[in-house]
Design a protein around this ligand. Sequence first.
Ligand code: GBP
Ligand code: ZN
Length: 256
Amino acid sequence: MQVRVLPALSDNYMYLLVDQNTKEAAVVDPVDPEAVLKAVKEEGVKLTTILTTHHHWDHAGGNKGLLEKAVGLTVLGGDSRIDGVTRMVVDGDVASLGGLNIKCLATPCHTTGHICYYVTDAQTDEKIVFTGDTLFLGGCGRFFEGTAEQMYTALVEKLGALPSETKVYCGHEYSLQNLGFGSHVEPENQDIADKIQWCRTKRELTPAEPTIPSSIGEEKRINPFMRVEEGTVQAHTKTTGGIETMRALRAEKDNF
Ligand code: GBP
Ligand code: ZN
């Protein structure tokens, strides 16, 4: 499988996912249809599918426009507020793109209908996950429509259970802001300090390069929201237990 990162708006990411064997393609959160169609043309692929992570306009706002220009698309989404959905999905639902397997992981909290898409290629053993505004590099989405319990389930129990080599493709370029908060939470965490330096070199290039993807294994080392069971993180928030620590961390990050 192949993933092309398509920057959009000020800090959003859309992704073009391609099965190289069949040349079939899916696009994740196509807020800018023109940019998607340009990439589809350049890659010489056949766009068949839209994967929508959640209903916020900066993710789902391009579905209608893309459907007008590319007829016959299958549009997956987990929320009735998402424009153009042709297949409503729930946790555990499975779809395919050529030989690629796509598993829907419901991760309610940022929004109630948020879905992450876990994609595996049995031929190459590659594994990736599109995490929208649930899991960012070094951070997580605001709890607009959910609770600390739900984000704990999403990050620790669901996404945290994926193989550590799974590559993580998230919805926004927030890496340096998130890692800045992470190093405030864990000043002694050398993995966070190293990742800040690596992200800076990427973002200082002209043009700036995405810091995406990370991996599930890396997130467990650098993301305080995936580290809520760690003593260092609980010492910072002065809480015990993963869920109380999740609640305290999110409250602190909201005003950081
Ligand atoms: C930053 O730049 O790092 N703190 C952000 C500022 C996702 S976009 C912007 C922000 O709050 N972004 C949202 C978020 O969850 N950030 C994680 C964080 O702050 O730690 N959005 O565009 C946001 O979801 C939106 C759209 C929100 C429609 C509500 C509606 Br309704
Ligand atoms: Zn959002």
